[in-house]
Design a protein around this ligand. Structure first.
Ligand SMILES: Nc1ncnc2c1ncn2[C@@H]1O[C@H](COP(=O)(O)OP(=O)(O)OP(=O)(O)O)[C@@H](O)[C@H]1O
Ligand SMILES: [Mg+2]
Length: 258
């Protein structure tokens, strides 16, 4: 089977309706078709409430779609249960706005946490981390340029370093796909540039499919292989950055436009 069929992320006909207090369901995603190939960094743009995080939560298997399916390669992750579901979720590395590190543990221990899905046993249930994965965890830290900080407490890191450690933790899962929801929202411009460069590099060099939500248009234009514009639960465009003009971007953020 080709690399593309094995490791791409595909959302097909995805809709999502949430129950509301009034009883009438609210449709927040309406027919999302999206494919991210290995090596690509696809950036999802859209106004607040347009459905970006909902798209990522469905792509990660965190919440189910109302209809449609999500595939990694040939595997439909929306219909998995139990052990097979756990194994498929290991293929998805997550990066959030806040790095979500365990502050009192070392940087290396935090990266080791990314391997826990492969080690469900009494020792790990008691809080021990798998020593056998230390070389892999070190190599993941080296790949994000922070090998020298392995023994440092996570609480001492700057925001940009913490986010790079969270990327290393995601890499330790040995994922096919990385999903990042506003990974640079809390970072200064220089750190934001570093983290986006890192995500683009891991996509390209490690042949990962990376789907990332951003509000920073300039960063998106510089680093994305494709820009996907979402408005009120619909995809308005899915194009390389060079084909997206300022008017198309403006439409995403204009409240009264269709
Ligand atoms: N659990 C929920 N129950 C009901 N409505 C929800 C739920 N989660 C999200 N929504 C609604 O779905 C819509 C899309 O939310 P989502 O978080 O996906 O937006 P977003 O594009 O990520 O916005 P932002 O840029 O502010 O992060 C919003 O109107 C939100 O209020
Ligand atoms: Mg969001």
């Amino acid at each position: 089977m080709s690399e593309t069929t094995n490791r791409s992320l595909l959302l097909h006909g995805v809709t999502k309706s949430y129950e509301t207090a009034t009883g009438a369901p609210k449709t927040v995603l309406d027919g999302i078709d999206l494919r991210v190939e290995p090596g690509e960094l696809v950036v999802l743009l859209g106004a607040n409430g347009s459905g970006k995080s909902t798209t990522l939560k469905i792509a990660s298997g965190m919440i189910p779609p109302s209809t449609g399916d999500v595939r990694i390669g040939q595997t439909d992750i929306t219909r998995m249960r139990g052990e097979t579901r756990r194994q498929s979720r290991m293929k998805l590395g997550m990066v959030f706005q806040d790095a979500r590190l365990i502050r009192r543990r070392s940087v290396l221990s935090n990266v080791l946490c990314g391997t826990l899905g492969r080690h469900q046993n009494i020792a790990t249930m008691l809080g021990f981390l798998p020593r056998s994965e230390r070389p892999l965890a070190m190599s993941c830290l080296d790949r994000v340029g922070l090998g020298a900080l392995a023994g440092q407490r996570a609480s001492t890191l700057s925001g940009g370093q913490a986010q790079r450690v969270s990327v290393a933790r995601a890499l330790a899962q040995k994922p096919s796909v990385i999903l990042a929801d506003e990974p640079v929202a809390s970072l200064d411009p220089e750190s934001a540039e570093e983290v986006m460069t890192l995500l683009a590099t891991v996509a390209r060099n490690e042949r990962l499919a990376v789907l990332c939500v951003l509000h920073q248009i300039d960063l998106a234009r510089r680093h994305a292989t494709r820009l996907v514009g979402l408005k009120k639960g619909h995809i308005l465009f899915d194009l390389p950055p060079s084909a997206v003009n300022d008017a198309m971007i403006a439409t995403l953020y204009t409240r009264d436009a269709a």
